[in-house]
Each structure stands twice: as structure tokens, then as C-alpha cells.
Write a protein that binds this ligand. Structure first.
Ligand code: BGC
Length: 279
């Protein structure tokens, strides 16, 4: 799926994040891909992390470098401490520093409770929650070492955790995923509280239903899409660019006083749509 819809160009001010260095995890597809491209459009040099799919990651790199900024593809499994440490070392070595971390990599391994294996539970927690913890920890070491560079940004660093509406909406058949995103909410808020005095801003974006490979079955047939739209007051399924634009805004100094917030980008999915007619 191409991440650059016609809307991206022209929407994002090209100098908004000029000269900043961003790492996006899971940037070879879906929301991560669109976010990496949008950050490039806003003037960032971008490290494109992937765990599998080198070719896709290289395509993202090409798309970003065509805008006149730097990009590189970094293979690393975010749930593996040694790989995250090595990736951050490489980023700081090659890009000079890191200003923005988008902790995006995530996956689903769905099953009803009694069918869910420990491996399915563990994998989702490892990638979605532990992966964000490891990337945040390593990025913050560099933010603190470097401190604020006023010409670059008012903050010493920005972390955007990719969460989900399921950080607050329970989700039958997805207890591993919903638990991981509930964990992301509390991790994000705790880190925001701990790091704000160091001028590091930690926030989250919580997407609703966005057309990406992770939820293809929920939107790819007209019947599935009709069912899904019952849950979305704004009456359209989101695009990866909807999320990418929110990340760019949150990472910028336009949002410098936003600390520890979750920006729901969900067409109203968290507004209890059943109550539009019930209750
Ligand atoms: C999930 C999608 C789902 C959406 C809304 C996301 O976090 O990854 O599969 O469609 O939430 O329920």
C-alpha cells in the first residue's frame, strides 16, 4: 500500500521539522511508513526501522531521500535489547543525534482467551510494550546527553508512542493487544512525568481503524467496511496519512506545551457511538 496519498503534499509545512533527526520503528509498512514519509516531508532526516521486509524499507528510504533529506533503513527487532542498543548507536553515529522517536512497531496475534497460547501473549507484549520501552530508554540517553539545541527545537527530544483506541476500549478476542496498549498508556504517562523536567516531551497518538495490513479483514470487503463504519461516527475508515499528520504536529514546537497527552485520531470511535441512538 502506498503511503503517500495526494493529500500529504501541500498539507505539511516543509520546514516544520527542518534539520531534526527522527527514528520511526516499523516504518516499512502501514502507519509507520506514512509517518516516516511525512516526517521527511516536514524536513527531518529519517531512520526507517524494520524487522522484516528490507525491500519495502528501501522503497521508503528512496521516497524520503527524493525529498532532499537523508534516510537510511535499519534492521532491528525492537523487542531485543541488544538490537535496539545497536540501532541507536548506529543512528547517533550516522545521523549525529536523534530528536524524535516514533515508537510505532506493533503487531496483533488474535485469539479467544482459551485458545491464546503463551507465545501469542508474550510476542505481542514483547513487541508492542517492551519494544517501546527499550527504544524510549535508548533515545532518552541521547536526548539527555545532547540537551536542548534552541535552533532545532524547544525540547531536548520528543517521543511519540503509537498506541490505539484499545488503550481504553476493551477488545474481546484481543486480550494480548488491548493489554499491551493499556500498558503503553501508563508507560507513556509515567515517562512523560519523569522526563518533562529534562525538557523531553512524551505523548501518544491513538489511532482508530486505519486502512493498513494489520486489519485488512475489517475493511477489505464492502460488508466488512459497512460493519466497521458502525463504530466510526465520522463515517470513513482512516488512512495512514491521518495518523502521520498527527505525529508530525505533535513532534513539532507548535505542540511544545503538550506533555503526556494522548491524541485520539479515530473519527470518533472513542465517543461510544452506540449511544448515538441508545442509552
Ligand atoms: C487495531 C486494528 C483495529 C483498530 C480499531 C487498532 O489498534 O490494530 O486492528 O481495526 O484498532 O479497532
Amino acid at each position: 500500500m502506498s503511503s503517500t496519498s495526494a493529500t500529504t503534499q501541500g498539507v505539511i509545512p516543509v520546514h516544520l521539522l527542518k534539520g531534526q533527526k527522527a527514528l520511526v520503528t516499523g516504518a516499512n509498512s502501514g502507519i509507520g511508513r506514512a509517518t516516516a514519509v511525512a516526517l521527511g516531508r516536514a524536513g527531518c532526516d529519517v531512520a526507517v526501522n524494520y524487522v522484516a521486509g528490507r525491500e519495502e524499507a528501501e522503497q521508503v528510504v528512496d521516497e524520503i531521500t527524493a525529498m532532499g533529506v537523508r534516510a537510511a533503513a535499519y534492521e532491528a527487532d525492537v523487542s531485543q535489547e541488544d538490537q535496539v542498543v545497536a540501532m541507536m548507536d548506529r543512528m547517533v553515529g550516522e545521523f549525529g543525534t536523534i530528536d524524535i522517536l516514533v515508537a510505532n512497531a506493533g503487531l496483533q496475534r488474535d485469539a479467544a482467551l482459551t485458545d491464546m497460547t503463551l507465545a501469542q501473549w508474550q510476542k505481542v507484549l514483547d513487541v508492542n510494550l517492551t519494544g517501546q520501552f527499550l527504544c524510549a530508554r535508548e533515545a532518552v540517553k541521547e536526548f539527555v546527553r545532547r540537551g536542548v539545541v534552541p535552533e532545532v527545537s524547544r525540547a531536548a527530544g520528543k517521543i511519540i508512542c503509537m498506541s490505539s483506541v484499545h488503550q481504553i476500549i476493551p477488545w474481546s478476542g484481543h486480550v494480548n493487544y488491548a493489554s499491551s496498549k493499556g500498558g503503553v498508556l501508563m508507560m507513556m504517562q509515567t515517562l512523560a512525568q519523569e522526563l518533562a523536567p529534562k525538557k523531553i516531551r512524551v505523548n501518544a497518538v491513538a489511532p482508530g481503524a486505519i486502512k493498513t495490513p494489520i486489519n485488512r479483514s475489517a475493511w477489505e470487503t464492502p460488508e466488512a467496511e459497512r460493519d466497521l463504519l458502525q463504530l466510526i461516527p465520522y463515517d470513513r475508515v482512516g488512512d495512514p496519512d491521518d495518523i502521520a499528520h498527527a505525529v508530525v504536529a505533535l513532534a513539532s514546537d507548535l505542540m511544545d506545551y503538550v506533555v503526556g497527552a494522548t491524541l485520539y485520531v479515530d473519527g470518533g470511535m472513542t465517543l461510544f457511538p452506540g449511544f448515538a441512538t441508545g442509552g
